[in-house]
Design a protein around this ligand. Structure first.
Ligand code: BTN
Length: 246
């Protein structure tokens, strides 16, 4: 899909995802619109958690994409496209040990540097459009909430980044990944996603409703479920809230 992003910057929003949803209801959004808030004061994370971001220090933005090229049965493809683009961006910035942490995060080592929150609308058996909210920790030096293991680019490299330039660069990577994507060749994307996936193919400890166990991540299916081969037992399929990494 060829896309040209159009960025709108506002000084303050409670949440750019909520703001975009309002604009969508009012029929004000076009494919490729990007909304960035310099200060997002009530950011929403996964499971309704608070997304911490110090005013003017990080990137908190949402993208609006028309996504009818994705069948509803392949809903997680968009997450994979964006995750791979964010991975490429972080690698190109020279960060070490970058991985995609299933289902919505980017990690550096064992720390979280970015998170994603997506709202999808469906039309029949296809996606219709998606609002993809991205929080990327860039210049923040101290995190004060109980966010699990946060880290910023500046904490790693010591560089004070120009947020506008970084946003342009992230959008370029997303543009490139969307343009390269071809539904009939999605195996390539899957292979890339798995190659960059945190813990892929390693024996690790997990916890599900029956307790902790050792297993190996085998894949992530088209609905975004994690496939784990248990050391003792068969392969199990987990939805987002059904499994924890220990
Ligand atoms: C997570 O918990 O990992 C997801 C974090 C998503 C945060 C971003 S910041 C921009 C957009 N607006 C929000 O309110 N949340 C997302």
């Amino acid at each position: 899909m060829k896309i040209k992003f159009n960025t709108i910057v506002i000084q303050e929003a409670s949440s750019t995802n909520l703001f975009m949803q309002e604009w969508k209801k009012a029929g004000k959004l076009k494919n490729g619109d990007v909304l960035r808030a310099v200060n997002q004061n009530n950011g929403i994370g996964q499971h309704g958690n608070f997304w911490e971001s110090e005013a003017g220090k990080n990137l908190t933005f949402s993208l609006f994409l028309e996504t009818h090229f994705i069948p509803a049965s392949d809903v997680f493809l968009l997450n994979k496209i964006i995750s791979v683009a964010l991975y490429d961006y972080l690698k190109s910035s020279g960060l070490p040990q970058v991985t995609i942490k299933w289902p919505n995060d980017l990690f550096v080592g064992d720390k979280k540097i970015a998170g994603m929150l997506t709202h999808n609308s469906f039309l029949g058996d296809k996606l219709e459009n998606s609002i993809i909210g991205i929080g990327m920790n860039i210049n923040q030096m101290e995190f004060i909430t109980d966010a699990p293991n946060p880290i910023s680019m500046k904490q790693i490299t010591g560089i004070d980044y120009d947020l506008e330039k970084e946003l342009d660069s992230i959008l370029n990577y997303i543009e490139k990944e969307l343009e390269q994507f071809n539904y009939y060749n999605r195996k390539q994307l899957n292979a890339k996603y798995l190659r960059f996936l945190y813990g892929f193919g390693e024996s690790r400890q997990f916890k599900d409703s029956e307790g902790s166990f050792i297993g190996v991540i085998k894949s992530v299916d088209s609905f975004g479920r994690l496939l784990i081969k248990k050391e003792k037992g068969l392969q199990s399929v987990y939805d987002i809230k059904e499994i924890q990494f220990l």
